[in-house]
Write a protein that binds this ligand. Structure first.
Ligand code: F6R
Length: 360
């Protein structure tokens, strides 16, 4: 049931404020985060995170959170590489497997490799799935069934559970006090409202997407915790609109991809006004100086200081920096969705793709 939407993907994008609220209500109580007692973040030396595709980008985002908030070293890998590499897994390692379906063959094989070597946590959307069942600690994301092949609400619910894990780890390791944790949780409770405001920008995003749909190649740029989202935005666009897209760290631009820039290549810059904003803006100016068409996705402060000379600027609601990757996932998804609509592709069933990849 598409609930009045044209596609499951549109429904699932629109559901995000609700399902993220749901996920929060499962894990957040009063001023604390309820996670299984066996998850002892204070005793950990390191976290290893393994996944494929969009779930991999959720892990890459979480690396920024675990390292910055909790001071925990994190290694992230795609499952098909990890499983054959024979990576050493020391004691006091938590191995986290993120998978919407819970059945992805490579992710499951990577989990089995880690069994007995590390504590295994699963972050999945299917509580009866193989990955959930074979883990020591199971953390469901509570996104509800996701039908569209391109993952949307599962991604943001994965991010929600992962940021809660990082906050819990920070608290358990004495890096944030009770009051700070309570303040972050209060901000999280406001996140669904901000996501609704972002969804309100859909007409402007759709207009930009129709222009992007004419391009053959698109670059996405981001810095810091927005870098994984740049890659996720590119993946979403190529999956459903079949437009070639790449996501890069803004600082990598001059190490190669800037050679691609001309007026036919839209460059989508995901940059809220954070502590790295000025650096991203100077990368953006390098693009514009070479005739590149910049679509800047930012907040009100960012738009005030940096929209001069951009092709278009999309203004997202203001949001505490920590949660911006969740908020900015929405315009990335909507861009891909509306570009696909403009191209007339099969949004919910893109060619060559399967919802659950149970063979390697
Ligand atoms: C992208 C997408 C895929 C999946 C990947 C992992 O929109 O859906 O990249 O994220 O196949 O699938 P799960 O999360 O089920 O392990």
């Amino acid at each position: 049931d598409k609930a009045g939407h044209k596609h499951f993907m549109a429904k699932e994008i629109a559901e995000q404020p609700t399902v993220i609220g749901e996920a929060l209500s499962h894990y957040v109580h009063d001023a604390g985060i309820d996670l299984p007692q066996t998850l002892d973040f204070a005793a950990l030396d390191r976290i290893v995170m393994v996944a494929c595709g969009t779930a991999f980008y959720a892990c890459l985002t979480a690396k920024y959170w675990f390292e910055q908030l909790a001071g925990l070293p994190v290694e992230v890998d795609i499952a098909s590489e990890f499983r054959y590499r024979e990576p050493p897994i020391g004691p006091n390692t938590l191995a986290v497997f993120v998978s919407q379906s819970g059945e992805t063959a490579d992710t499951l094989a990577a989990l089995r490799y880690c069994a007995e070597k590390a504590q295994i946590a699963a972050v999945t959307n299917v509580e009866t799935s193989s990955i959930a069942r074979e883990s020591d600690v199971n953390l469901p994301i509570h996104a509800g069934a996701e039908i569209g092949v391109a993952s949307t609400k599962a991604f943001t619910c994965q991010l929600t559970v992962l940021v809660l894990m990082a906050l819990k780890a920070a608290h358990a390791r004495g890096r944030i006090d009770d009051a700070t944790l309570a303040a972050r949780l209060a901000e999280l409770r406001n996140l669904p409202g901000r996501l609704n405001l972002a969804l309100g920008q859909a007409p402007q995003i759709a207009a930009a997407a129709r222009a992007v749909a004419e391009a053959e190649d698109v670059l996405f740029l981001g810095r810091g915790q927005m870098y994984p989202l740049a890659m996720e935005g590119a993946l979403k666009l190529k999956e459903i609109s079949y437009i070639h897209a790449e996501g890069y760290a803004s600082g990598e631009l001059k190490h190669g991809p800037i050679a691609l820039i001309d007026q036919t290549v839209p460059v989508i810059v995901m940059a809220p006004h954070d502590h790295l904003f000025d650096k991203t803006v100077s990368n953006m100016q390098e693009v514009m100086a070479r005739g590149g068409q910049v679509l800047l996705i930012t907040d009100s402060e960012g738009a005030k200081t940096a929209s001069d000379g951009t092709w278009r600027t999309l203004v997202m609601p203001d949001c505490p920096a920590l949660f911006e990757p969740i908020l900015y996932a929405l315009p990335a998804q909507l861009l891909a969705y509306h570009a696909a609509i403009a191209k007339g592709t099969d949004v919910d069933q893109p060619r060559n793709l399967a919802k659950s990849v149970t063979v390697e």
